[in-house]
Ligand binder design. Structure first.
Ligand code: SF4
Ligand code: SF4
Length: 100
C-alpha cells in the first residue's frame, strides 16, 4: 500500500521544482512527449500533487526515460515545467537513496 506524504511538494522545492502544483492535469504534455509512454510525464506530476512520495521512489527508473527535450514545457497551458519537475525528482531520488 502506498503511503501518502502530504508535504511532498514542499519537500521537493529544495531540489528545484516549483510548478507541480499548478498543473491541472490536462494531458497536453502526454500528447507531445516523444516517449509515447502511458501518462508520462503527467503521472509523475500527479504523484507529487497527491503526495505519493513512495510511488516516485518505487518507480525512479522512469525518471531516466526523460530526454529533457523541453516539448512538454513549451506546450503546457499552465506554465508548468514538467522537464524541470523531472530533474527535481531525479535529485530527490538520488539524495534519498544516498541516505538509505
Ligand atoms: S501540460 Fe501542463 S497542465 Fe497539462 S498535464 Fe502537463 S504539466 Fe499539467
Ligand atoms: S522533456 Fe521529458 S517528459 Fe517532457 S516531452 Fe521531453 S521527454 Fe517527455
Amino acid at each position: 500500500m502506498t503511503r501518502i506524504t502530504p508535504d511532498f511538494a514542499k519537500e521537493l522545492k529544495q531540489y528545484g521544482d516549483d510548478t507541480a502544483l499548478i498543473c491541472f492535469n490536462c494531458g497536453t504534455c502526454v500528447a507531445v512527449c516523444p516517449l509515447i509512454s502511458e501518462s508520462f510525464p503527467r503521472r509523475l506530476i500527479r504523484y507529487i500533487q497527491i503526495g505519493a512520495r513512495d510511488r516516485i521512489l518505487e518507480n525512479s527508473n522512469d525518471l531516466y526515460k526523460c530526454l529533457h527535450c523541453g516539448l512538454c514545457t513549451e506546450t503546457c497551458p499552465r506554465g508548468a515545467d514538467p522537464g524541470e519537475v523531472i530533474l527535481s525528482l531525479k535529485r530527490f531520488a538520488v539524495a534519498t537513496w544516498r541516505k538509505m
